[in-house]
Design a protein around this ligand. Structure first.
Ligand code: TTP
Ligand code: MG
Length: 380
């Protein structure tokens, strides 16, 4: 029997699109699409509820969205703003618990088992969190409250927007029995098709299968399906450690002295870091170049930029300067590394959740005049 937990899942409503409607009142009440423009190969990141009525949804080609609703208004994502809002809502979550597991910028699990002020107050806490989010950001979120992650997440989706849905242990069996199979955690399009072929369309159908049958059909996931069909999901809410940096390094096949060759290698590293930054939806202020010379002596050179860095091109502008400031070339090099730190949108220790960084400035362009540090060399 799993210990009785209280889990809240919070998810912002039409997140990027709602931020755009908040900041541009002329977009309110209109079909708004955040993503690539319609005449491009771009896709829809998300769209307003008005646009969803036309069948438009996330990950759809922008060209198709345009055909579905030619009067839809397309806007480019403003990631810095979304990250800032994300910081604000996480600061609100922290007022309730340390056990916060963000799933993306707009979504998180909170384990409030220890926070609960009195029995059955989880619902009150969830309502309070939604109210604070609305007061402080001007945006709405939806919440699901239950005794495990699976049910809390499904619940938050039940009454969007601005919905609060509670699933008590008593209600769980009936709730899961009627739940369409695609709403089960981990069921994508492929699994859904396979389930339908087996005649499994909802939770009740899943209950008719033995654990070993589901394992035979779906591998390890089968065991998970068996348990969640019975309302059992012991996965803990895991508070993510704040990521401090994103970096990459490579030991060269042979020692090199040619700086152009070094820059080519650094470019490849920068590209990889750019992809990871995009995946983590973050940007960073400090770039560190690490050089290990052929004699194994290692140095790092850092530069802190006033505006956040995200692109490989920005990283390379700085890395090139740092490399030229070093003895690389005069001395043979055996390892090169790049790391971005001072990440934006991470926990900065501010209790008010406001990021201490200037937002609204584009993340491109190197702003050396305002940089707070001069490059410095640290000998390891
Ligand atoms: P979601 O929470 O999945 O969607 P949403 O907040 O826009 O709408 P809902 O009310 O249904 O929760 O995703 C959060 C944000 O993540 C979304 O606003 C945009 C971004 N996103 C993408 O960029 N691409 C995607 O494919 C998805 C699903 C989301
Ligand atoms: Mg959302």
């Amino acid at each position: 029997m799993e210990p009785h937990r209280k889990i809240i899942h919070i998810d912002m409503d039409a997140f990027y699109a709602s931020v755009e409607q908040r900041d541009h009142p002329e977009l309110r009440g209109k079909p708004v699409i955040v993503g690539g423009p319609p005449n491009s190969r771009g896709v829809v990141a998300t769209c307003s509820y008005e646009a969803r009525q036309f069948g438009i949804h996330s990950a759809m080609a922008s060209s198709r969205a345009y055909r579905l609703c030619p009067r839809a208004i397309f806007v480019r994502p403003r990631m810095e703003v979304y990250r800032q809002v994300s910081g604000q809502i996480r600061a609100i979550f922290r007022q309730y618990t340390d056990l916060i597991e963000p799933l993306s910028l707009d979504e998180a699990f909170l384990d409030i088992t220890r926070t609960e002020r009195q029995p059955n107050s989880a619902t009150w806490l969830a309502r309070e969190i939604l109210q604070r989010i609305h007061q402080q950001t001007g945006l709405t979120a939806s919440a699901g409250v239950s005794y495990n992650k699976f049910l809390a997440k499904v619940a938050s989706d039940c009454h969007k927007p601005a919905g609060l849905t509670v699933i008590t242990p008593d209600q769980a069996a009936d709730f899961i029995a009627q739940l369409p199979i695609r709403r089960f955690f981990g069921v994508g399009k492929v699994t859904e098709k396979k389930m339908h072929r087996l005649g499994i369309t909802c939770g009740a159908d899943l209950l008719t299968y033995q654990e070993h049958e589901l394992v035979r059909l779906f591998g390890k996931q089968g065991r998970f399906f068996y348990h969640i069909a019975r309302g059992i999901d012991d996965r803990p809410v895991i508070a993510h450690r704040q990521r401090k940096s994103i970096g990459n390094e490579t030991t060269l096949g042979e020692d090199i002295r040619d700086r152009d060759q070094m820059l080519t290698i650094l470019s490849a590293l920068a590209e990889k870091i750019e992809a990871r930054m995009a995946h983590a939806q973050t940007a960073a202020h400090t770039l560190t170049l690490k050089i290990k010379f052929a004699d194994f002596q290692q140095i790092t050179l850092s530069f802190t930029n006033a505006s956040p860095l995200q692109s490989a091109a920005d990283m390379m502008t700085i890395a090139t300067t740092l490399l030229h400031d070093s003895a690389a070339g005069e001395r043979a090099v055996r390892l090169l590394g790049l790391t971005l730190s001072n990440l934006v949108g991470q926990d900065t220790g501010n209790t008010d959740g406001q990021l201490s960084l200037p937002f609204g400035t584009p993340a491109t362009g190197i702003d050396t005049a305002q940089s707070s540090h001069h490059p410095h060399e640290v000998y390891a």
